[in-house]
Design a protein around this ligand. Structure first.
Ligand code: MN
Length: 242
């Protein structure tokens, strides 16, 4: 199995090295990732300037790795240009959760979506960051169990996986959809100029069975996703209106 690994935190993130280490147990691994952090870039692609890549050794010397001056979605395209017959794209492990509404902004998930647009399986993997860096070593056994589960067939599929800091189980979930507080918080920079932070937090607690609920309750959340955003009920209504 050919496994292409990318992320949105950049090639030097400890999360991508940890994922590559576990993925090696499942097949051949290559890493193609952004040269700088591209978090919250969503599904942006670079179309107004050329892309380039450079060989870029990571912690595991036996894994070929490249850094690209582009977005996570660009990295998937470049990775599949550099390596034929890729079977699956793994994106992560992101430093920060990608739960509920975050899926709209996530560069991590966008890379997995890009894989599905190219016709191969895409899996996004994320974990929260507290006051200290995530302990990727302690997550390894759950990353391995998750990959065993999701790589056992060849079906075209998109999965969003979130690991709590201390997992106790793995559960299938749905996306938590909550209204944002979505407020702009003003502040002042060291030169006395006004600046602003876009801050986001959910307004209501998470419903049982959702991705956010699972991670809040120390369970690994796997959400199967689809790319078709069509609102089926409304469409049906509109098509039958005379
Ligand atoms: Mn990120």
């Amino acid at each position: 199995m050919r496994i292409l690994i990318t992320n949105d935190d950049g090639i030097y993130s400890p999360g991508i090295a940890s994922l590559a280490k576990v993925a090696k147990k499942f097949g051949e691994v290559r890493v193609v990732a952004p040269d700088v952090e591209q978090s919250s870039m969503g599904h942006a692609v670079t179309h107004s300037r050329p892309l380039s890549y450079k060989k870029s050794p990571i912690e595991f010397k036996d894994i070929e790795a490249y850094r690209v001056n582009g977005t996570p979605a660009d990295c998937v395209a470049m990775g599949m240009h550099l390596w034929s017959n890729v079977d699956v794209v793994l994106s992560g492990i992101n430093m920060g959760p990608n739960l509920g509404n975050s899926m709209w902004h996530s560069g991590t998930l966008a890379a997995a979506k890009q894989a599905v647009l190219f016709g191969i399986k895409g899996i996004a993997l994320s974990t929260p960051v507290g006051k200290t860096e995530p302990d990727f070593e302690s997550l390894e056994s759950y990353v391995e169990r998750t990959l065993e589960l999701l790589l056992q067939d060849n079906e075209l599929a998109l999965y969003n996986v979130n690991f709590p800091a201390n997992p106790t189980d793995i559960v299938w979930t749905r996306q938590s959809v909550r209204l944002y507080d979505g407020t702009i918080i003003p502040g002042t920079d060291p030169m006395g100029r006004k600046h602003y932070w876009f801050t986001v937090s959910p307004l209501e607690p998470a419903d049982e069975g959702t991705d956010r609920w699972a991670v809040e309750n120390d369970m690994v959340s796997i959400t199967p996703l689809r790319l078709d955003l069509t609102h089926e009920i409304t469409l049906k209504e509109k098509l039958t209106e005379k």
